[in-house]
Ligand binder design. Structure first.
Ligand code: FES
Length: 247
């Protein structure tokens, strides 16, 4: 028989010791379960009689959490009224500053949105009528549109008044189109598609639109062609005899 190795002898000795312990102390499973259930798994914790209800810190060293810290150092030394007055002052001051900022912002916005000075200046146009001789046209620009100013002669005024108004496409008497018979003021925009008619042209001695062939008479009324309406009369006035203000 071959001799056993050292490892084999150790294993054999351990097995023999385990068999000896098993036979000496049989396992009592029921008893061990009862012990565990009655001690470790109990869900009703009962504080022992006379024990202190203080929190013990789980950390090492002197525990500082057993007593609440003193925050008295941070409390105000003043009385309640003075604290309230300071609060009211701060609320009022901040409210006034906010209102001033809001006013400034809104004011800036409104100023930027309103019409600029040059636009306001163009809202009205003043014309010196003494520079326009009789029988001549002048074209000025008003709000981006041409305005015709005609210094009419006596013959032109008479011609404008001899027309049978009811025969016109857009019936309107000459008196309804002028404030002073010698001054005819109207927008130089064709009522068909917006071209600028040519003065002293056309079949009726007034204005002619070359775009599609509309003819206007000496009162600016449509007489022939596709335009549906007479030339428009803008708002104007004569603040003085020789002065015209359009707009
Ligand atoms: S735009 Fe003047 S006739 Fe058409």
């Amino acid at each position: 028989m071959a001799p056993l190795s050292t490892a084999s002898r150790v294993l054999a000795r351990s097995a023999a010791r385990a068999a000896q312990q098993t036979s000496a102390t049989p396992v009592n499973t029921t008893a061990r379960l009862a012990a565990v259930t009655s001690s470790s798994f109990s869900t009703s914790v009962v504080r022992p009689e006379g024990s202190a209800a203080t929190f013990k810190s789980p950390f090492r060293g002197a525990s500082k959490t057993e007593t609440a810290p003193d925050f008295g150092h941070y409390l105000s030394k003043n009385k309640g009224n003075s604290n309230a007055l300071f609060g009211y002052f701060m609320v009022g001051a901040l409210g006034a500053m906010s209102a001033a900022g809001a006013k400034s912002t809104i004011q800036e916005f409104l100023v930027n949105m309103s019409a600029s000075a040059d636009v306001l200046a163009m809202a009205k146009v003043e014309v010196d009528l003494s520079t326009i001789p009789e029988g001549k046209n002048v074209i000025i620009k008003w709000r981006g549109k041409p305005v015709f100013i005609r210094h009419r002669t006596e013959g032109e005024i008479a011609e404008a008044n001899t027309v049978n108004v009811q025969s016109l496409r857009d019936p309107q008497s000459d008196d309804d189109r002028v404030q002073k018979p010698e001054w005819l003021v109207m927008l130089g925009v064709c009522t068909h598609l917006g071209c600028v008619p040519i003065g002293e042209a056309g079949d009726f001695g007034g204005w002619f639109c070359p775009c599609h062939g509309s003819h206007y008479d000496i009162s600016g009324r449509i007489r022939k062609g596709p335009a549906p309406l007479n030339l428009e009369i803008p708002a104007y006035e004569f603040p003085e005899d020789e002065k015209l203000v359009i707009g």
